[in-house]
Design a protein around this ligand. Sequence first.
Ligand SMILES: [Zn+2]
Length: 102
Amino acid sequence: MARRYIPVALEQRVRAAAQNRCGYCLSPQHLVMARLEIEHICPRAQGGSDEEENLWLACPLCNGHKSDKTTAVDPQTGQHVELFNPRLQNWSEHFEWSEDGT
Ligand SMILES: [Zn+2]
């Protein structure tokens, strides 16, 4: 799919809302060796829009791993579940560090 232009003012609003960190791993821009990317929560390949409410920040690793997916198999239940939505859901309610720090 062809890359579309995200206006600078819109990108700045998304960066501010995301506190300039990845919405998935929470890595801040200053610790990521590449520029955080504007990602589509609902991928354009699935009809997602370029509207602000569908955009968030992601580091290249998280964005590449998420790709055009909106669901994944939960390894604990084997069920297909919706992926985390950084605009609608609370990070700390979905993720936690394990005892071994991973
Ligand atoms: Zn990330």
